[in-house]
Design a protein around this ligand. Structure first.
Ligand SMILES: Cc1cc2nc3c(=O)[nH]c(=O)nc-3n(C[C@H](O)[C@H](O)[C@H](O)COP(=O)(O)O)c2cc1C
Length: 365
């Protein structure tokens, strides 16, 4: 019996604090690249499928200065492509901040450095302070849904120049004539988008290979996974549904519970409030308001979380994957180095020996 292909990746902590807002995490490092390189190399060695980093231009007002120190995603992933051999290397790009011809070439570069392991998380941006800092917020700038309309053209341009020796384009936002921009990537980069509004999800299921779903309850997650699959199928496309999940994995359940309690004792409540406020600012939708409430209840954990020793973590992951139909999970860790080592040694092999198998290798490395 062959199992279902499940992709397992790592959301790298390109910013201080990772996905935990607390004084009590080891992620308050200064040497961000070194920490991420070691995490990516462990992920590569133990057989994870991809590593991805976010794009963040401004941190949060908070006691721990959460995400006030972040590196740039594409350049970091180029470094990590050189430092790894097998794992997919996915960078995040804000579409309104970067000209598509520049991004087309950046991805061709990442494709060659990584020998076919490149990927891009496409983001339109949504946080006022962040876009304002880039000069991209205000009456003369695009509103939420328009940013997705823009992004459709942005991606038309990238895919168009890759497919043509001399590219012409006449759109609402881009007017291009005789663009010559070789080389195209040898392997088409994986495209991801985490937009979860109706417009965002429509873009994702029309143009990307993978979407992100969220939810605290398994049935809700299952419905969202089914929605991504259905929207993709309606367009004749196979779109994968991933979720983000924090793992607090220790040698025993008791040790993991102690770690969770310690993190929550040190919760950066000012940071939690400011990230919840950013969610409440998004176009008023019930799910974003609910997310803000959930964030406050989690006391420092920014995503859904599973805590336990290896056996517990494996059981919970199997239940999650079986009951939701997810195609993949992108993990964040309370401690990436020790967590990834333990996960790689004592969870991953068992998880992949039964109902769930690894996808085909992403690169030619
Ligand atoms: C896994 C994941 C990664 C994301 N990465 C980024 C990022 O790096 N930068 C960013 O500005 N937004 C990021 N976002 C936000 C999404 O791109 C998106 O804007 C958000 O989910 C709201 O959906 P909407 O744009 O359709 O309203 C991320 C969201 C998720 C779930």
């Amino acid at each position: 019996m062959s199992g279902k292909e499940i992709e397992l990746g790592v959301f790298l902590p390109i910013g201080n604090g990772g996905w935990i807002m607390s004084r009590n995490t080891p992620l308050h490092f200064e040497q961000i690249y070194d920490y991420n390189r070691t995490a990516a190399q462990i992920a590569d060695r133990v057989g994870m499928d991809f590593v991805m980093s976010m794009a963040k231009w401004r941190g949060y007002e908070s006691e721990t200065d959460h995400w006030s120190r972040t590196l740039e995603s594409m350049t970091m992933m180029c470094g990590l492509a050189e430092a790894t051999e097998h794992v997919g290397v996915w960078a995040t790009m804000h579409t309104t901040a970067h000209h598509p011809l520049v991004v087309a070439k950046q991805l061709s570069t990442l494709d060659q450095i990584s020998h076919g392991r490149a990927g891009m998380n496409i983001v339109v941006g949504g946080r006022k302070l962040e876009l304002e800092q880039l000069g991209l917020w205000g009456p003369q700038h695009l509103e939420h849904d328009d940013r997705y309309r823009f992004t459709k053209e942005w991606l038309d341009v990238i895919e168009g120049v890759w497919a043509s020796d001399s590219f012409d384009y006449e759109g609402e936002f881009f007017s291009l004539e005789d663009v010559r921009l070789k080389p195209a990537p040898f392997t088409r980069p994986r495209l991801i988008c985490a937009g979860n509004s109706d417009v965002g999800l429509d873009f994702t299921t029309s143009r990307a290979d993978g979407a992100f779903v969220s939810g605290s309850e398994l049935p809700v997650l299952g419905e969202q996974v089914a929605k991504v699959h259905r929207l993709g199928e309606e367009k004749g496309r196979d779109v994968k549904a991933y979720m983000m999940l924090t793992l607090v994995i220790e040698e025993t359940d008791a040790a993991a519970e102690r770690r969770v309690a310690h993190i929550q004792e040190g919760a950066d409540l000012q940071g939690v409030q400011s990230i919840a406020a950013a969610y409440r600012q998004r176009p008023s939708r019930e799910d974003t308001l609910r997310t803000a409430d959930v964030l406050e209840r989690r006391q420092g954990f920014n995503t859904e979380m599973i805590a336990g020793g290896p056996e517990t973590v494996r059981e919970k992951l199997e239940e999650l994957l079986t009951s939701t139909g997810l195609d993949g999970i992108m993990f964040t860790f309370a401690d990436y180095h020790n967590g990834l080592e333990l996960f790689g040694a004592e969870v991953l092999p068992q998880l992949r020996s039964g109902a769930f198998i690894a996808p085909q290798p992403v690169g030619a490395a």
